[in-house]
Design a protein around this ligand. Structure first.
Ligand SMILES: [Fe+2]
Length: 521
């Protein structure tokens, strides 16, 4: 087939594509290659990452499993791609799982764009994305959704279908995009293929399984995503270079972690810079923490509480991983040296706070920030895997909030598969101290919680800095910011095991700028 005919087959013309004369494979496909969808992410005021990854069945059928494939990307002002803003060609290589990351720079701030990919005779679906406003822009409104924990077998991604209609500026994903274990329970609604994953191939196929979901594909195509990870992108409860607690131990945990981090890169719309050394086999670190400003209205800090942390303290029987522990019987818990973010990230964050001028400061991190005493009998029982397991580190963060007088801090989290809403305290040992911020820890897209309503009611009583807790609902939260006010609306799906589930508003909350007080509406 001549190139002209290939392009005709793909439904576009060469002039329209602005294609260079070389570099585009004249590949015909018997199976559609863009089966894993498209995504955009890591937006700034002048850049965006466009992502896709070619599907294994198409590559196998075309005899390209080990070969590079030329993929053209296009970013346009209009959905018909008649006004191309930028275009280029990327080699999708087997070494990077045939993923495509087009890091498009030099874009206009606060603009909507359309994008798609072309490989020979095939054209991907069209995605929509948007750059952030210029850092100094006066912005009237920001709407973001926060989500986490999408265990495959526990349910369908119907929450994302409802999220599509939210008119968002971006999606903030706070970890557990995949899970490393094969199935969660006998009644899983869909099979998790591939068993325990510990290798690069395993992680790649688990991401491909998730990315086969039409609702997940649609929400990626609709909005840019900002992503961080938690433990299950590697292994349950892992802590820096220390293995966690799930499945059979591997001989070389750091090799496993490198494989998992590479697969994360391959499957997420993130920039290559942070992964350069890891992908070159020259290091173990992948820096996923960072910050981005949304005009003068807000700054978002995205943290990584897994890669640099000390191991969990006082897990019984010298086991690795997490447990609920009595802090009175755990001397090492209060060791001032213990860190959750690592020294470099902590220092960086304090510096960012000191320089911050935004009206609102959103801190997107993995888990519940405030103290959650689980004890129902008047004692203390704390989970050692979250901030409660690293009290000195939490105190350093709240001290940094206080000393820098950071405007309107808002903590966003995930991990616990329950919605919790409350106040950030300057000192969790002193329940009468002042609130210095607010917290919204989101429930899961599908992953389960075993807490009962009675347990949660008791815990709200024991931990009065929280004003709302719900373990029954799967879903997401939407934060809407204006210069004067924050509104958070929690949306729940009626039944996450129903792919066509309806959704309802579980609760909504308001915070006035300048007041660290969250109220339910
Ligand atoms: Fe989770």
């Amino acid at each position: 087939m001549q190139r002209r005919e290939v392009l005709k087959f793909a439904g576009v013309s060469a002039a329209l594509l602005g294609l260079p004369g070389i570099g585009v494979a004249q590949q015909t496909w018997s199976i559609a290659p863009f089966s894993l969808g498209v995504a955009s992410g890591s937006p700034t005021s002048n850049s965006i990452v466009l992502w896709t990854r070619l599907g294994t069945p198409a590559l196998d059928a075309a005899g390209l499993a080990t070969k590079p494939v030329s993929v053209t990307w296009q970013l346009a002002h209009d959905e018909q791609f008649s006004r191309i803003a930028a275009t280029g060609v990327v080699q999708a290589t087997a070494a990077l799982g045939h993923s495509v990351h087009a890091e498009v720079v030099g874009l206009e701030p606060g603009r909507a764009y359309f994008y798609r990919f072309v490989a020979g005779s095939a054209t991907s679906t069209t995605g929509r994305t948007r750059t952030f406003p210029a850092p100094q822009a006066e912005v009237k409104r920001l709407r973001l959704a926060y989500a986490s924990c999408q265990q495959w077998g526990n349910g369908y991604y119907s929450a994302y279908r409802h999220m599509l209609a939210e008119n968002l500026d971006f999606v903030l994903f706070l970890g557990d995009y995949i899970y490393e274990y094969p199935a969660s329970r006998p009644s899983d609604v869909r099979p998790t293929t591939g068993g325990w994953i510990t290798t690069l191939e395993g992680y790649r196929s688990r991401y491909a399984l998730h990315k086969s979901d039409p609702d997940l594909q649609a929400i990626h195509a609709a909005y840019p995503w900002i992503v961080t990870w938690d433990d299950h992108e590697v292994q349950n409860d892992y802590a820096a270079m220390h293995e966690g607690l799930s499945g059979t131990p591997v001989d070389n945990f750091m090799a496993r972690r490198r494989a998992a981090y590479q697969a994360f890169y391959e499957n997420m719309p993130v920039t290559r810079e942070s992964f350069t050394q890891l992908l070159a086999g020259q290091g173990d670190e992948a820096r996923v923490f960072g910050r981005v400003s949304y005009g003068r209205l807000a700054t978002l800090y995205t943290l990584d509480d897994r890669q640099y942390r000390d191991p969990q303290a006082c897990t019984p029987n010298n086991r690795s991983g997490s447990a609920r522990i009595d802090p009175g019987k755990c001397d090492s818990l209060n060791d001032p040296q213990r860190t959750l973010l690592g020294n470099a990230q902590e220092r960086w964050l304090s510096q960012q706070f000191a320089a911050a001028r935004s009206q609102w400061n959103l801190i997107g991190q993995q888990t519940l920030f405030g103290r959650r005493n689980y004890s129902a009998t008047g004692g203390q029982l704390l989970k050692n895997d979250g901030w409660d397991g690293y009290p000195a580190a939490r105190r350093r963060l709240t001290d940094a909030l206080l000393h820098t007088r950071l405007n309107n801090p808002v903590l966003l989290g995930g991990d616990i598969h329950e919605n919790w809403v409350g106040h950030v305290l300057s000192d969790y040992n002193n329940p009468d101290c002042e609130a210095i911020g607010v917290e919204f820890c989101g429930t899961s897209i599908t992953s389960l919680s075993s807490a009962t309503p009675a347990q949660l009611a008791k815990q709200l009583e024991t931990n009065p800095h929280f004003i709302f807790a719900n373990a029954a609902s799967r879903g997401y939260g939407v934060v809407e910011l204006t210069p004067k006010q924050l509104t958070t609306t929690l949306t729940a799906v009626k039944d996450a095991t129903d792919p066509h589930s309806t959704a309802f508003t579980l609760a909504s909350f308001v915070v006035e700028s300048g007041r660290a007080t969250v109220e339910q509406r």
